[in-house]
Design a binder for this molecule. Structure first.
Ligand code: GDP
Length: 524
């Protein structure tokens, strides 16, 4: 391993923010970028969203419904660290996209609304992080509004998520009188994020703290802090990295409180790019040779050019502009002639990326979700998940002459991960599958805008879809032969069993014990 790679890897923190819609993810993102010096003005993230919206028609949906469909990456620096923040769509109908993005991060920030606590979507996303052992830093937002009691919030995290908490800071006041954060271990306060350095104090009874609180609240604050010191767990780095404990910070993204505390914690404690398990061996982040995998495809950003950007997470080595890489799935070489780097400050000049970085690679359909790129080695990263769709539909086309065009368009949409596509073995028309209904709206909108294909969706007689596998391939074949009319192939030609309802699935599972029916498939 070379020194520059080692250094570059050690500095990097690649993370996502998980939150229930409205908890403040967008606002916090803006502030992280602002304090990270990546942008001059907060509000830039929203501005960027607007610009992107005008670029392509299909994002009308996003505009109309006020949701963020696009996953993007933002890079900023703070102190000695380089942060890659991978944005995830907030709406649950795009859960697929979010899960795939979480396969490309090393840690996550969980944003909680101080008045609402753990909400359903937070819980769901947290569970995905737990499945992947992603360490979580908690940010309790909106402390400037009516908030729950601090102990109550910690208690809720512990109970609802079965996760130990260690408050690192404590809010000084709340609601209208929220005035800053008190660092428990350091005995230091920060009155808003304009203060770059925390101010050391003698304790919660110091004049500096008293000056931040209304007279009537001072006594209570001192007592609360004493109780916190006695009752709360101290921070344990190992337990955090293993996903058993979350350090908790309090703040207000809107009013610039607690954001610096959070960035500093990510720099100090969040893990650098992890070693990545591949099919044949463990790939270390600091190895010389480049390896990377595709976790997201974004197509037709500009409908006039059928371009596709593959978002690639680098796992080891250096990805350089102009280098040749091997696409392991096909064994073919491809030239990375125009990789897009997302370093906010040095967008134009940066031309190499290290483990943890995300690079956009324009291509015309060569790259698929889950693909591995290397400098020649045949390793494959697994673990970008594909979830069994919960809604299955047939696509009805007004103009039968355009059937071939529709087939191509659906194939592209499926490769991009907008929908899943299943070709029935009996030759009947293709079935599209989605996890959330909004994905169908996106598909319809995009087929119309980008391919001039007006379509409708018809109910399919199937409602359940499972991948099938068995240790003995012949057994799979026997199952397929016995169920011709209910078998389809996914994009990789892997067989799925389509059932009319879960009852018939259970019935078959009982009869065919050697067959595994799975609702998650890792891309390969
Ligand atoms: P997202 O849906 O999680 O991205 O949430 P947003 O960042 O868009 O915030 C949702 C709403 O809460 C917006 O109106 C924000 O201005 C507001 N908001 C976000 N953070 C805070 C905060 O710290 N305090 C207060 N009072 N409002 C906030």
């Amino acid at each position: 391993m070379t020194e520059p790679i080692k250094k570059a890897v050690a500095r990097r923190r690649t993370f996502a923010i998980i939150a229930h819609p409205d908890a403040g993810k967008t606002t916090l993102t803006e502030k992280l970028l602002l304090f990270g010096g990546a942008i001059q003005l907060a509000g830039e993230v929203k501005a960027k969203k607007d610009r992107m919206n005008t670029r392509s028609d299909w994002m009308k949906i996003e505009r109309e419904r006020g949701i963020s469909v696009v996953t993007s990456v933002m890079t900023f620096e703070y102190g000695d660290n380089v942060f890659n923040l991978l944005d995830t769509p907030g709406h649950e109908d795009f859960a697929d996209d979010t899960y795939r993005t979480l396969s490309a991060v090393d840690s996550a920030v969980m944003v909680i609304d101080a008045a609402k606590g753990i909400e359903p979507r937070t819980l769901k996303l947290f569970e995905v992080c737990r499945m992947r052992d992603i360490p979580i830093v908690t940010f309790v937002n909106k402390m400037d509004r009516e908030a729950r009691d601090t102990f109550e919030i910690l208690d809720e995290i512990e109970h609802k998520l079965a996760l130990d908490t260690a408050p690192i800071t404590w809010p000084i006041g709340s609601g209208k009188s929220f005035a800053g954060t008190y660092h428990l271990a350091e005995n230091a306060v920060r009155h808003g994020d304009a203060e770059v350095e925390r101010q050391k104090v003698n304790g919660p009874d110091s004049n500096r703290v008293a000056g931040l609180l209304p007279e009537n609240d001072r006594e209570a604050f001192i007592e609360e802090l004493e109780l916190a010191r006695e009752a709360c767990r101290p921070f344990d780095h190992k337990a955090f990295l293993e996903g058993h404990l979350t350090p908790v910070f309090f703040g207000s993204a809107l009013r610039n409180f607690g954001v610096r505390d959070l960035i500093e914690a990510l720099g100090a404690w969040a893990p650098p790019p992890r070693d990545q398990e591949a099919d044949t061996r463990m790939v270390h982040a600091t190895e010389d040779k480049m390896t990377s995998f595709v976790f997201k495809i974004q197509a037709n950003m500009d409908p006039n050019h059928r371009d596709r950007i593959a978002f690639v997470r680098v796992c080891s080595g250096t990805l350089e502009r102009g280098m040749k890489a091997k696409l392991v799935r096909t064994g073919k070489q491809m030239s990375l002639s125009a990789p897009q780097f997302f370093f906010a400050r040095s967008r134009v000049t940066a031309d190499e990326a290290y483990a943890g970085d995300v690079v956009g690679i324009p291509n015309h359909g060569t790259l698929r979700i889950g693909d591995t790129l290397t400098e020649g080695e045949d390793v494959i990263f697994r673990g970008v998940p594909n979830f069994a769709p919960e809604i299955l539909r047939r696509v009805r086309l007004g103009d039968a002459m355009k059937a071939k065009k529709l087939k191509e368009a659906l194939q592209q949409m499926a490769e991009e991960g907008v929908v899943q596509l299943f070709q029935p073995e009996d030759g009947s028309p293709a079935i599209v599958g989605v996890v959330g209904a909004l994905q169908l709206d996106v598909l319809k909108e995009r087929l119309a805008a980008e391919y001039s294909l007006p379509v409708d969706f018809e109910m399919s007689r199937f409602s359940v879809c499972r991948w099938i596998a068995a240790d003995d391939r012949a057994e799979v074949q026997r199952f397929i032969d016995a169920h011709r009319g209910d078998i389809a192939r996914d994009l990789d030609n892997d067989p799925v069993f389509l059932a009319q309802h879960s009852f018939s699935l259970n019935y078959e599972a009982e009869r065919w014990k050697a067959i595994r029916f799975t609702d998650v498939k890792d891309y390969q």
